[in-house]
Design a protein around this ligand. Structure first.
Ligand SMILES: *Cc1c(COP(=O)(O)O)cnc(C)c1O
Length: 429
């Protein structure tokens, strides 16, 4: 589909273009395998000499159409759906990082990713250095080692909603000959396309806004095609030297700009199999078809709610990148000119006891570990998702101990504000 189309049109139509008499809505290809007519045809698929489907553990036509839509939204050369956001971030890094290697990540990333890197990657022999999301150039440079393979960041951090200076981090990564991977879950490509600011690989938990209805866990990896792996061939032997498991092909030679994402599919998906079910890809596509409409509505709604909270005398502090005067405001105007997302972080005066009474008194807004879908919901990381951390560790992860994460859904804004009003009144009694 033409690149000139605007994002809303891509949300609805990219990735699938039916011919005469074909279904208007994207069909679900619910089949594990695919038929061939000669032994040679099948053999060529296994040598990566021909393109074609053979087994849904690696690739499925429904998944690929949805992945192509997301690649178009982000402006990448290719994409791969995964069974979850966790699988996406695992594959995105493991595709170019192995035992004995080192990577850098910002410290305010989603708790699940923090644990994936800080605990599981270390068990796999991959060393990780966490740096502050506001680290200076000198501090970023100091984190690099000769065996560093990537920098991992988030556009808008979950749950602290800090906005990353994408261009600056990408520049430091490139100065050291490594790609920047960015998790763009909260912003979505409707509000930020990190590749335009120099990011090389973009990931999502599609479970959040992209699905948007709380139905389907999933993830995606998008390859910009911009990183020159061969220019740093010594760092990336998996992409730039022969792969014995595919008759010695060299990914960069055979697949050019799509080398990274092709290896993700043909190597990692083949070996680890964390594929998204085609049925789930279908649900994800339904979500994507309204993503631009939902992001606009819920970001406008969130700004009204944030303004209400900022002006409420019981509120101790609030962070929302679109609020004038917020620490993130200036940076958000550059990277998120049409608004950030529906998520904000705030605390009431009086600490955890008041916060807890407040949450228990909410009627419309529900307590959930989830975030970023059509239902307004709230979470207190220190009591819930990040319970195992001390106050000191929480602060190191960019999370104030009294922080509540409020995610604005698609309900009527006035009803949300009235629910907050009555719950604050009850909590202060
Ligand atoms: C939820 C989330 C993840 C993990 O995704 P799952 O789909 O739950 O596996 C990763 N990154 C961010 C920013 C998230 O919010």
């Amino acid at each position: 589909m033409s690149k000139k189309l605007n994002i809303g049109t891509l949300c609805v139509q990219a990735g699938y273009n039916p011919g005469k008499g074909e279904p208007r809505q994207m069909p679900i290809i619910q089949s594990t395998t695919f038929k061939y007519e000669t032994s040679d045809q099948m053999g060529r698929l296994f040598d990566l000499e021909d393109e074609g489907y053979f087994y849904t553990r690696l690739q499925n036509p429904t998944n690929d159409k949805v992945a192509a839509k997301i690649a178009a939204l982000e402006g990448g050369v290719g994409a791969m759906l995964t069974s979850s956001g966790q699988a996406a971030n695992f594959f995105a890094c493991f595709n170019i990082c192995e035992a004995g290697d080192h990577m850098i990540a910002t410290n305010n990333i989603y708790g699940g990713t923090f644990n994936l890197f800080g605990v599981s990657f270390r068990k796999l022999g991959i060393d990780v250095t966490f740096i502050d999301c506001d680290a200076t150039d000198e501090q970023i440079d100091a984190a690099f080692k000769p065996n560093t393979k990537l920098i991992f960041t988030e556009t808008i951090a979950n749950p602290g909603v800090q906005v990353l200076d994408i261009e600056r981090f990408a520049k430091r990564a490139h100065a050291h000959g490594v790609p920047m991977i960015i998790d763009n879950t909260f912003a979505t490509p409707v509000h930020c396309r990190p590749i335009e600011f120099g990011a090389d690989i973009v990931t999502h938990s599609t479970t959040k806004y992209m699905d948007g209805h709380g139905t389907t866990v999933g993830g995606v990896i998008v390859d910009s095609g911009n990183f020159d792996w061969d220019a740093h061939a010594d760092k990336f032997p998996g992409l730039c030297t022969p792969d014995a498991s595919y008759h010695g092909i060299v990914y960069t030679q055979k697949f050019g700009r799509a080398a990274y994402i092709t290896k993700c599919v043909t190597h990692l998906m083949r070996d680890f199999g964390a594929i998204q079910a085609p049925q789930n890809a279908f649900y994800l596509n339904l979500g994507l078809q309204t993503l631009h409409v939902r992001m606009k509505y819920l970001t406008e709604s969130a700004l009204k709610v944030a303004t209400f909270l900022k002006n409420h005398p019981a509120v101790a502090w609030i962070h929302y990148p679109d609020l004038p005067g917020d620490t993130e405001y200036e940076r958000a105007r550059k990277y998120l000119p049409e608004g950030s997302c529906g998520v904000m972080a705030f605390a009431l005066k009086g600490g955890r006891a008041v916060d807890n009474k407040f949450m228990d008194s909410l009627r419309l807004i529900t307590i959930e570990t989830h975030v970023a879908d059509c239902y307004s919901c709230i979470l207190h990381p220190a009591s819930h998702t990040h319970r195992q951390l001390s106050d000191e560790q929480l602060r190191e992860a960019g999370i104030a101990p009294d922080l509540m994460r409020l995610s604005i859904g698609l309900e009527d804004t006035q009803d949300i504000i009235e629910d907050l009003t009555q719950a604050i009144e009850t909590a202060l009694k």
